[in-house]
Design a binder for this molecule. Structure first.
Ligand code: 5GP
Length: 212
């Protein structure tokens, strides 16, 4: 079997509950590693540097881009967000399924570099529910909430490029569904190339043995 892990990209509208979903996924199953992104936005109350994000200045972020240290990065509502490369390559090599919780532009860049990546889009059960979650969280100003709602409208145009859509209505069900999708993705032929080659050779060897 192919020992390398898979890249799992999880996108979704701001307020769809991706953060909680991803946290639960990592807690409930031991095959996942969560990539910690870098951002230039301000930490929200309770966010810890190195845990929720690596918080950086524009200059620091741009230096890492220039050094090739990001797998992908994108601008979102006026700030940079990016995926540091080393953590991802190390964990994949260890056989972990690495979760990237990133927006849609970044997801497309990952797809080009890692054709076997599994792309999931998480939705709230309705637009009204999304709006209520965003306002209820109390961490963003009205202006930021409006920007994020408009961004959701834009992002809704790109959902067709994802492999799966999951609706985050009941959190536990959603976590189990995402895990099933990832397990199923491991059964794709592209994920099992080594195994397929091995069987092919083995069959030929048996046939050659019979002929001689
Ligand atoms: P937030 O500010 O709410 O934490 O994140 C805003 C958006 O940025 C979310 O859609 C989130 O998925 C996305 N995001 C977080 N980290 C990254 C990253 O490393 N790369 C990209 N492209 N998007 C990210």
């Amino acid at each position: 079997m192919d020992k390398e892990g898979s890249l799992i990209v999880i996108s979704g509208f701001s307020g769809a509950g991706k953060g909680t979903l991803v946290k639960k996924l990592v807690e409930n199953y031991d095959n996942y590693a969560l990539s910690v992104s870098m951002t230039t936005r301000e930490p929200r109350p309770g966010e810890i540097d190195g845990v929720h994000y690596h918080f950086a200045t524009d200059e620091e972020f741009e230096r890492i881009i220039a050094d090739g240290g990001m797998i992908e990065y994108a601008g979102y509502c006026g700030h940079y967000y990016g995926t540091p490369r080393d953590f991802v390559t190390q964990r994949l090599a260890e056989g972990k399924d690495v979760i990237l919780e990133i927006e849609i532009q970044g997801a497309q860049k990952v797809r080009r570099q890692f054709p076997n990546a599994v792309l999931l889009f998480v939705m709230a059960p309705s637009g009204r529910e999304l709006y209520q979650r965003l306002t209820g969280r109390g961490t963003e100003t009205d202006d930021v909430i409006r920007k994020r709602m408009w961004r959701a409208v834009d992002e809704s145009e790109g959902i067709d490029s994802y492999d799966y859509v999951v609706i985050n209505d009941d959190l536990d069900e959603c976590v189990a569904q995402v895990n099933s999708i990832v397990r199923a993705a491991h059964a794709r032929p592209s994920q099992n190339q080594e195994f397929i080659k091995k069987i092919r050779l083995e069959l030929k060897d048996i046939l050659k043995g019979e002929e001689s």
